[in-house]
Design a protein around this ligand. Sequence first.
Ligand code: PLA
Length: 460
Amino acid sequence: MASSLLSLASATPSAPLSFHGIREGKSNLGGINKEKTSTFIKAKSFGRICMVVASNVSRFEGITMAPPDPILGVSEAFKADNHELKLNLGVGAYRTEELQPYVLNVVKKADKLLLEKGENREYLPIEGLAAFNKVTAQLLFGADKPVIKQQRVATVQGLSGTGSLRLAAALIERYFPGAKVLISSPTWGNHKNIFNDAGVPWSEYRYYDPKTVGLDFEGMIADIKAAPEGSFILLHGCAHNPTGIDPTPEQWEIIADVIQEKNHVPFFDIAYQGFASGSLDADAASVRMFVARGMEVIAAQSYSKNLGLYAERIGAINVVCSSPEAAARVKSQLKRIARPMYSNPPVHGARIVANIVGDSALFNEWNTEMEMMAGRIKNVRHKLFDSLSSKDKSGKDWSFVLKQIGMFSFTGLNKAQCDNMTNKWHVYMTKDGRISLAGLSLAKCEYLADAIIDSYHNVS
Ligand code: PLA
């Protein structure tokens, strides 16, 4: 263990640690054990206390090892595995049929244009790039919709979906103290962390029914109804993560009815716009329906998946308000929250989005590429279903794989079965039974089907 040096050369008389206190082991050095503390190697006094203490014990001794992240930790474990058949179906990141990361051609084009134009690297304003904020709100709510024309949306560029959710969580904590956020059971693992870290209380509403491998719609409605009035209801705009099960348009209407009746605030996390159906408009239908009812809505967006800008950290938080004045005030407070958190967001990816969405030729090209990506995922979904159905002679119905949408399939495998997938088959996935079909190729479907069938039938 590295030894630490504790220098108190500039300690003032009022400093909490006295020379004697330390010598006698009375001080509280972040939980350092008394016996293990300090061996003096030098102690001099020049009027002020001056000493150097050597110790074998870190000040950070009290900090325990954090567990690996349930999603991003899977990629770390995958990297450490040398098996030739290994497969990473953990994180939701799109891969080509050759299982390589994919940079969209339209992104490469936008990059080239930016390079030719010559970008400066000045700070963005706290709220982000104006051209990005404009197009991102239009893309989500519809450019021709009254909410845009009436300037009722407070849009702030955030650090992708996660950072945008975190800003909204901080807004709730600050301006709606004690209000609860209701999240689906199950949900994307990081939602709970985000609200915990922001100090926002949350509870769950029923969502997934393991018996039907479908939506527990009655449970969902009952739980939203039972929540204290004025709660924030976190909804996945499309392609629910991890289940891949979305409400039907009719069910969305009923969800909106209940939220409206209870004076709740709908809070959308839309991280997969365009990835569920291949159409940006179709995937925004849930959000637009709530807004069309005149409801105030929060919506966090991400460009990680649909534009493949994962590491650029590009997204936005939108708060739809009932008046432009309220939107301006909300925006000012979002900026106030962002400033001490990270000051201002990254510029490069914001310029890419603004250029692609703002240019009709590039925009059309993006749509075509997104359809291609969504199409590839649909193809592997079908191939996986075919492989499971033809290989498994037990009569188990695997059709739920086809009913789910988006990047993921929720297999229903339990933790022990997931462990078997990884330990025996080198298939890396999250322990909730989710597999990312975006990380699967047609060529690997049969292998994956063998792994799933073995884990399902031979491990309990
Ligand atoms: N919201 C949902 C529902 C998500 O699934 C994700 C990403 C995000 C927000 C945030 O993404 P962003 O911050 O990159 O914009 N979920 C991934 C990655 C794809 C992750 O866990 O960070 C996943 O594998 O679930």
